[in-house]
Design a protein around this ligand. Structure first.
Ligand code: AP5
Length: 214
């Protein structure tokens, strides 16, 4: 099952993808995570994208398309994947069509999680992430049992550098200008499904499962 998760920053794409990949046994491919890993490892790619991520701007399409093409060609994607955070421009959506064609695959579902700007800012300012296993917390809706520590592995929780309110608002603006047209692009196909991302996490996951089990 080949799926794309679309939605503004903080819509919960990463949270839902992490839960669903366990149920569906397919990989979660997040371009944001790939770029953050590149920055942390100080690779050539990391040096190119570090400042872009800090500002909340988009990484150029050619760099992004090429890492996605490499990743989707890997063996673990043969039974499907959840692509989170890509495509983010209409040019990336067209590139993804081309990548899928070249791999002899097709997209099955594009799921759009609809959430407004104020909810996004509230969620992201309270987001904390485990530095060890990547589990995503929220100080209001999903707090850890012990302050600052991951429930699963005991790792330290941290706040992303691009999660400051002014950067979040910039990311939302970038999303409305560049990524919202991607929803319109997929509306022309019969693959786009809209889910109310303002619901609680379990209800959103249930909605997604209803869509893919229909
Ligand atoms: P990326 O990492 O993809 O960030 P994003 O799309 O802005 O999304 P987030 O990770 O912030 O949010 P999410 O929707 O995954 O929400 P989460 O589940 O964490 O990209 C970062 C940067 O990389 C970009 O700015 C850009 O520079 C670059 N980049 C990445 N892809 C690119 C591309 N294709 N092209 C160019 N550049 C690219 O949840 C958020 C919080 O809300 C958590 O605390 C969670 O616990 C909570 N929460 C989640 N769901 C719910 C719910 N239903 N109810 C209540 N709380 C909830």
């Amino acid at each position: 099952m080949n799926m794309v998760f679309l939605g503004p920053p903080g819509a919960g794409k990463g949270t839902y993808a992490k839960r669903l990949v366990e149920m569906l046994n397919i990989p979660h491919i997040s371009t944001g995570d790939m770029f953050r890993e590149a920055v942390a490892s100080k690779s050539e790619l990391g040096k190119k994208v570090e400042e872009i991520l800090k500002r909340g701007d988009l990484v150029p399409d050619d760099l992004t398309n090429s890492i996605v093409k490499d990743r989707l060609s890997k063996e673990d994607c043969k039974n499907g994947f959840i692509l989170d955070g890509f495509p983010r421009t209409v040019a990336q959506a067209k590139a993804l069509d081309e990548i899928m064609r070249s791999l002899g695959k097709d997209l099955d579902y594009v799921i759009y999680f609809e959430v407004d700007e104020e909810e996004v800012v509230k969620r992201i300012s309270n987001r904390r992430i485990c530095s060890n296993c990547g589990k995503i917390y929220n100080l209001i809706t999903l707090p850890p049992k012990v302050d600052g520590k991951c429930d699963v592995c005991g790792g330290n929780l941290y706040q992303r550098e691009d999660d400051k309110e002014e950067v979040v608002r910039k990311r939302y603006k970038v999303y409305m200008e560049n990524t919202y047209p991607v929803i319109e692009y997929y509306q022309k196909s019969n693959k786009l499904f809209t889910v109310n991302g303002a619901l609680d996490v379990d209800s959103v996951i249930k909605e997604v499962l209803n869509i893919i089990r229909r």
